[in-house]
Design a protein around this ligand. Structure first.
Ligand SMILES: Cc1cc2nc3c(=O)[nH]c(=O)nc-3n(C[C@H](O)[C@H](O)[C@H](O)COP(=O)(O)OP(=O)(O)OC[C@H]3O[C@@H](n4cnc5c(N)ncnc54)[C@H](O)[C@@H]3O)c2cc1C
Length: 433
């Protein structure tokens, strides 16, 4: 049986990754050539794949683990995000009715976060990791209602936070755009391209990573799997699909997972005066509505903005840049005309109810995908848990904790549904855009 399909096998980004462009060039890694065998093949060297590899190696050090990535470390999806590493469950998931489950999720997040932090420290990974905490702020009624639910959740869970009014936010962030907000300390900021580069370059010996090696076919080969890239194959009894939404082209359940593109831009470095006016110390702000903007400062005094979504395909980046600039200037009128140094898009794997696609889907074929935009920490937690499960040392009942991803209708109904939801949400969340 072959599990290949005509769906895109891997992301093809329109523009280079802005974070990667700020770093010195990375060392070249080889692509896969020829026919090989391994105990495990991991498809995708993102946060999920790296965590699977590390834990699998720690528990089964004799295993030959081969990782295959379509892109290069830092340039691909894992380097394209906004760099928020949340120690606790996302605001959208927060519910006072499910405190016990949320607390267990928070414990898992904190564990994954601590593991990432200790790897950064132990290996001296220079990725500007800093526990800045995070702001959440709202301007309109919809955002304020969501903020209020989140505040209730934090209070009920006994988690630390500080409520802020317009003045408090303005003095911290240099904008009076938002009506109210809160600050919570449970978040780190990182330079994501530097982080993923550091993580893959410190993978243990025994884990072999091949880059520019997209998996374009997967089929049964007796009691094993045959993994096919353009210039090579690997035969292995076990295969892990850690390539997020693109796992669908290799057999992951396409009725439960979809690819959403979102976009980010970096201003040029701000002058010391402007930098001081936008808050000086490093900070990050997450939206209270799903169509809102993420904002943060960077170590070299830039502002980064992330917003906009598109379904399954990347939008024209010039149009995206204009939308991002409008959102930035609405918050910081003095930045009118500053322009962006970098604009780029990236993909996330989305499930309808936020639960990940996780576990064994066929004999020897595993998947962990669908981090719904919070994958640095969540992907690390789920990848670690998957490797433990594969080797008979389960960490937790992941489907019970995270839930199971809900079914989505096939195309073209799914696309129409997505567009309809987006139109409604755009209206509701227009103040936060
Ligand atoms: C603009 C933007 C901002 C975001 N902000 C945040 C944030 O602040 N915090 C956060 O936690 N998350 C954020 N996210 C989401 C986050 O990037 C993802 O959740 C996270 O990267 C998922 O990790 P992963 O390892 O599961 O998958 P990915 O990071 O997508 O990694 C999958 C890997 O698989 C590779 N791949 C794909 N197909 C194939 C194939 N066929 N063969 C071989 N390799 C393949 C890809 O090249 C990639 O390296 C953001 C995403 C975007 C786009």
């Amino acid at each position: 049986m072959s599990l290949s399909s005509t769906r895109p096998h891997f992301p093809a980004h329109r523009r280079p990754c802005g974070w990667q462009a700020l770093l010195s060039p990375a060392a070249d890694r080889p692509a896969l050539h020829g026919d090989q065998t391994a105990d495990v093949v991991i498809v995708g060297a993102g946060y999920t794949g790296v965590a699977v590899a590390q834990t699998y190696h720690a528990l089964a050090p004799q295993s030959r683990i081969v990782m295959l990535d379509a892109e290069t470390a830092g340039e691909g999806s894992p380097g394209r995000n906004s760099g928020f590493m949340l120690e606790i469950a996302l605001a959208g998931d927060a519910s006072t009715g499910e405190l016990e489950r949320m607390s267990a999720l928070n414990a898992l997040s904190r564990r994954a976060m601590a593991s990432l932090k200790s790897q950064v420290d132990a290996n001296g990974i220079d990725c500007q990791l800093q526990r800045t905490g995070t702001y959440r702020a709202a301007r309109g009624a919809e955002g304020r209602a969501s903020l209020s639910r989140y505040r209730e959740f934090l209070a009920a869970a006994g988690l630390e936070f500080q409520a802020l009014d317009r003045r408090g936010l303005a003095s911290a962030l240099g904008t009076d755009y938002y009506a109210e907000g809160l600050y919570s300390p449970d978040c780190y900021l990182v330079q994501p391209a530097a982080l993923i580069r550091g993580l893959v370059s410190t993978l243990p010996q025994g884990v072999e990573l091949y880059e520019r090696s997209p998996v374009v076919g997967l089929s049964r080969d007796g009691d094993a799997w045959r993994v096919v890239t353009p210039e090579g194959t690997v035969r292995a009894r076990r295969v892990v699909l850690a390539n997020n939404a693109f796992s669908r082209s290799l057999g992951a359940d396409r009725s439960r997972l979809t690819a959403i593109y979102t976009y980010a831009a970096l201003t040029p470095p701000l002058t010391p005066e402007i930098s001081a006016a936008v808050g000086g110390a490093p900070w990050g702000l997450l939206p209270t509505h799903r169509l809102g903007c993420t904002l943060r400062t960077t170590a070299d005094s830039r502002l980064m903005i992330r917003a906009q979504y598109s379904y399954e395909r990347e939008r024209n980046n010039d149009e995206v840049a204009a939308d991002l600039a409008a959102s930035l200037v609405a918050r910081y009128p003095s930045l009118d005309g500053i322009g962006f140094d970098k604009v780029w898009g990236g993909t996330t794997g989305l499930t309808h109810n936020g639960a990940p696609l996780w576990g064994e889907i066929e004999d020897g074929l595993f998947v962990s995908a669908g981090c719904n935009g919070g994958g640095i920490v969540k992907g690390t937690a789920l990848g670690d848990a998957l490797a433990r499960q594969m080797l008979g040392h389960p960490l937790a009942d992941i489907p019970a904790l995270f839930g199971k991803p809900s079914w989505m209708p096939p195309e073209p109904i799914r696309r129409l549904g997505f567009e309809a939801i987006r139109r409604v949400e755009q209206r509701k969340g227009r103040d936060e855009a």
